[in-house]
Design a protein around this ligand. Structure first.
Ligand code: ADP
Length: 611
């Protein structure tokens, strides 16, 4: 028979393959093994209805011949006759192939595309310059060979083959400067490629050698029946896969059937991987399709805010087949992602409800990730995540969710109170805390940098606004109390004006306040930026953000009376006013503007006191 030309479309794809614009040539082996596995499946199914066809000892074998530079992959599957060889290997037969090819050409730079979706038989030409296929179809007499050299075309001839099935011989390309093709003649390398990409193929993959061995473990743990898996099996799979010394905090093994069918074995780690918040961190989710490895770090199938989740997703629907349209694949990925996200979310919700201690442990580890998830993308995902966020609070220093906070709010309480600071200890000592607590309100402690930014995108919860005890007007007072302060401010106008004049470069406003109890002063910020946000933004952006500073003075404190007395009698109170401002700054967690001046001032006052 004369040499036949490949169909034009196939030819162009073949050129792409042969000139291997893709870096990951390894995947040819996965593709050929996957085809062999399909052929074994087909034989098996046919044997169920056709008594003339046996299905014993179905297997895939691999043989390496270094001297001849050949790699041979055989199966005793369904096999192909002359027409099959012509139809299946001479053309990209299936629908959708054209679009796919177009995608590849459009995305030449996107080297990942093949790694993700598979390209089938033609990938052999990434590593071989000549491919020989000898096949005998199950139940038929004659065997045929299909040979293609340098992708010029192919030739089909009658051939000799004892057993039914297919044998594919790759004549491995000579090594080049860029690529050591001889790697594919190295048994150790072949072993590890099979292990990596085809470990869970259901049929044995045997490397023929002096002592032949089965390379794959065949039944993946996630495909086993839940009741046949012990906790320690789950744990050791996790620990081996992810090199984690700790057992996972939570194991989620489930199966979905319906529009998208898949099995997933997901893990929530107990501890934060050391590089979790750095760019080095690799997402620990692997994607398989019917036992065939497709890719790791499969960020397409889980939302970024759940990126701590590790494990395996094995889809029944994702087709490795080139003939599937890539857009459809994207769609499938999205459907998968939605379903996986949802499962993780409900797992966490149930954990919060039923296993509080475990959830809090989880939150200690990955709470910041969830908070970032709320904040990112302008709060686009806040509704998904908001009820998974916990805060420590003044009630008992324990975690509380916003839902729980609102449920136990005091009667008549309008707002959700919070205070931010470096640590809970420091927040507790804020001068403005006392009054709020006296009134019986619960205060959320915000100690992570992201916290206030997160609240700003949440806006409100269950119709309640968030109120910082260190910002603007807290509005805790009754009308009567307010009036009282106004009167005091009016009768102390001269004094307050004098202080304002002294501190005019430091603070935007000075006012008497009911916010304080045992402390004489406190520094609060305007409604927009808090001092903590100011610090975070300046650190991140190397910028000079400035929160509005308001000095609040406690009119009922004895220092205020003393100050008034000194002002009335002596007039000069600048050292005292400055010192009060410095004290307020320190208590607010800020540093003193000029510490040398501060020391001198304090020295003068000490001398006076000791005279
Ligand atoms: P596909 O994605 O459809 O597997 P391929 O290009 O890999 O595309 O293969 C084309 C067709 O060739 C397959 O659909 C199958 O019918 C046939 N084929 C490939 N390899 C084998 C094999 N080892 N045994 C039997 N048939 C095979």
């Amino acid at each position: 028979m004369a040499i036949k030309q490949f169909k034009t479309e196939s030819k162009r794809l073949l050129d792409l393959m042969a000139n291997s614009i893709y870096t990951n040539t390894d995947i040819f082996l996965r593709e050929l093994i996957s085809n062999a596995s399909d052929a074994l499946d087909k034989r098996y199914y046919q044997s169920l209805t056709d008594s003339g066809i046996s299905a014993d000892d179905l297997k895939i074998t691999i043989r390496v011949n270094k001297d001849e530079r050949t790699l041979v992959i055989s199966d005793n599957g369904i096999g192909m006759n002359k027409e099959d060889l012509d139809n299946n290997l001479g053309t990209i037969a299936k629908s959708g192939s054209f679009e796919f090819k177009q995608e590849i050409e459009d995305k030449k730079d996107d080297v990942d595309i093949i790694g993700q979706f598979g390209v089938g038989f033609y990938s052999a030409f990434m590593v071989a310059d000549k491919v020989t296929v000898i096949s005998k179809k199950a139940g038929e007499e004659k065997a045929y060979s299909w040979v293609s050299e340098n992708q010029e075309g192919y030739e089909i001839k009658v051939a000799k083959k004892e057993d039914e099935g297919t044998e594919i011989t790759l004549h491995i390309k000579p090594d080049t400067k860029e690529k050591n093709y001889s790697d594919y003649l190295d048994k150790g390398n072949i072993k590890s490629l099979v292990k990596k990409y085809s470990d869970y193929i259901r049929y044995p993959i045997i490397l023929l050698d002096d002592e032949s061995e089965t390379l794959n473990s065949m039944v993946p743990i996630w495909k086993k029946n839940k009741k046949d898996i012990k906790d320690e099996d789950y744990d050791s799979f996790y620990q081996q896969e992810y090199f984690d010394f700790e057992k996972p905090l939570k194991t989620i093994h489930y199966k979905v059937e319906g529009n998208t069918s898949y099995t997933a074995l997901l893990y929530i780690p107990a501890v934060v991987p050391y590089n979790y918040y750095s760019a080095d961190y690799k997402l620990g989710l692997k994607l398989y399709s019917r036992g065939v490895f497709i890719k790791d770090e499969a960020k397409e199938i889980v939302s970024d805010y759940f990126r701590f989740v590790r494990g395996v997703v094995d889809s029944d629907d994702l087709n490795l087949n080139i003939s599937r349209e890539i857009l459809q694949q994207d769609h499938q990925m999205n459907v998968l992602k939605k379903s996986i996200d949802k499962k993780i979310k409900t797992t966490l919700e149930n954990m919060l409800k039923n296993e509080r201690e475990t959830y809090e442990k989880f939150f200690d580890a990955f709470g910041i990730q969830l908070k970032n998830g709320v904040y990112e993308r302008y709060g686009m995902n806040k509704d998904v995540l908001i009820d998974l966020i916990l805060f420590k609070s003044s009630l008992d220093d324990k975690y509380v969710s916003l839902k729980e906070y609102v449920e136990r709010m005091k009667e008549g309480q309008e707002d959700i109170y919070y205070a931010s600071g470096e640590s809970i200890e420091k927040i507790k000592k804020l001068p403005q805390m006392e009054k709020v607590l006296d009134k019986g309100f619960e205060v959320l402690y915000l100690t992570d940098n992201i916290d206030e930014f997160m609240l700003s995108v949440i806006g409100n919860y269950a119709g309640k606004n968030f109120k910082s005890i260190s910002k603007g007007d807290l509005d805790l007072d009754s009308e009567e109390e307010k009036k009282e302060v106004e009167e005091k401010a009016a009768s102390n106008k001269d004094l307050l004006d004098a202080i304002k004049e002294i501190l005019k470069d430091k603070v935007a406003e000075i006012r008497l306040s009911n916010r304080l109890k045992s402390q004489p002063v406190c520094l609060v910020s305007g409604d927009e930026l808090s001092f903590e946000m100011e610090a975070v933004l300046n650190e991140l952006n190397k910028a000079d953000y400035h929160a509005r500073r308001i000095l609040e003075i406690n009119p009922d404190h004895e220092l205020f009376s003393a100050l008034k007395k000194t002002f009335d009698e002596k007039g000069d109170i600048s050292d005292y006013a400055m010192l009060l401002y410095d004290q307020a700054s320190l208590m607010a967690g800020l540093s003193i503007d000029d510490s040398v001046e501060y020391s001198k001032r304090l020295g003068r006052i000490m001398l006076k006191a000791m005279k």
